[in-house]
Design a protein around this ligand. Sequence first.
Ligand SMILES: Cc1cc2nc3c(=O)[nH]c(=O)nc-3n(C[C@H](O)[C@H](O)[C@H](O)COP(=O)(O)OP(=O)(O)OC[C@H]3O[C@@H](n4cnc5c(N)ncnc54)[C@H](O)[C@@H]3O)c2cc1C
Length: 439
Amino acid sequence: MIRDENAPTLTLPRGTGEGTGLPLPRSAGEGRVGASSVDVVIVGGGMVGASLALALSGNAVSTLLIEGVAPNSNAQPSFDERSTALGNASRRIFEGLGVWPVMAREAAAIRTIHVSDAGRFGFARLNAAEQGVEAFGYVAANRAIGAALWRRLSAGDGIAIRMPAQPESVEVATEGVRLAIVNEAGKREPINARLIVAADGAHSVVRAAAGIDASVEDYNQVAIVANVAADRPHEGTAYERFTPSGPVAVLPLHDGSRGIIWTATPQRAAEILAFPDEVFLRELQTCFGWRAGRFVRVSRRASYPLKLTRSAAAVATRTVLIGNAAQALHPIAGQGFNLGLRDAAMLAELIVNASGDVGAPELLAQFAAWRAQDRAGVIRFTDGLVKLFGDERFGVGALRNFGLLMFDLAPPAKSALARVSAGFAGPAPRLARGLPNVR
Ligand SMILES: Cc1cc2nc3c(=O)[nH]c(=O)nc-3n(C[C@H](O)[C@H](O)[C@H](O)COP(=O)(O)OP(=O)(O)OC[C@H]3O[C@@H](n4cnc5c(N)ncnc54)[C@H](O)[C@@H]3O)c2cc1C
């Protein structure tokens, strides 16, 4: 392999590996890949990277997954306090990966979606049965998603894992990728790969090492996440309410409680986070209203500053970006992970069906082309919603009101949105269509 003298060398803080509960997967040196040369190295075993690793397992592709933080650690940034709304395409992908039956035990079906604008009459309601589907999607706790993925990874074959570990340096050249990884004990290991996949989140170090720029737009909003109990059953209804300070989503959870994502300005979010429980519940009720009943209890809260991070390219020499490393979105429409999972499914499909070099420029160009429409469409849709519903100029509110009313009355518009939310803009990966990965 020719060393690229311009390749950046990265020095990173160590991850943490503490935690209990889950059986931990194979560690360094175990698995089918004993040597330090692999076809694919995935950096980041969060929701998207772990899904890609599973989609590649059991095939004739040697894969190494590097993750900085154990999945059962409190410090794990992907499998944390949040719940994720999974579209039907994501459900099918998880079925194909053999993890859905476990996840389904801890998922609540979304059968109705109710969208409204605070202080206005217009609202829209989408009903799954009217659209001819059993559910629009499912809400699952991120920890449950992580547990299902990593249990399967630890039981599956063909994937070598280094965890907790992270790349210390990444050098990308036309002939291949060379990494030095370092584990928790400070032990270094050189790895050669044909392809490196950046699944290491919005602040991707692999993206930087590949020399791909990312633009960051700060929405100046913070999402506050918590679970609340209400005095009324949720009956599978997900609510999105747009308020002057930002949207509030109330999602059904499998234990009967609701997951809330309450968006506010950073200053207001700091106040909300500091409220005693009863004040928090009162303020939430004032902001959201009574359509979900009376909120009676709230869990611990977590917060996330919201930004749109967009990579300038999806691929570079022997490098592919997937999930948040490629695009990190506002959670307003619950699309970020669903989009990232389709990235993973499409990439796995191309890799397992490739007849030659899995890092070849043609394969990467094909991946970029197949994913372009879905990515651009979902980013535009999500960013457009944030801006439309954040715009308080005279007339815009009335237009929104009219739009929501019209939407509620127009079945074709509803069906189109239901299809887009299910993940069918542009070519869909085979797994998302319920087909096996291998053609
Ligand atoms: C409040 C909120 C609610 C959301 N709700 C939804 C929703 O309902 N539906 C939806 O589709 N999406 C939702 N999203 C978006 C979704 O959470 C993300 O799109 C998803 O987490 C992206 O997963 P990822 O694996 O790409 O990145 P991450 O979740 O950021 O995971 C990155 C992984 O890489 C590891 N890592 C990072 N750096 C290194 C390194 N140097 N070496 C080794 N490992 C490393 C990390 O430890 C982590 O495991 C929401 C987001 C927010 C903020």
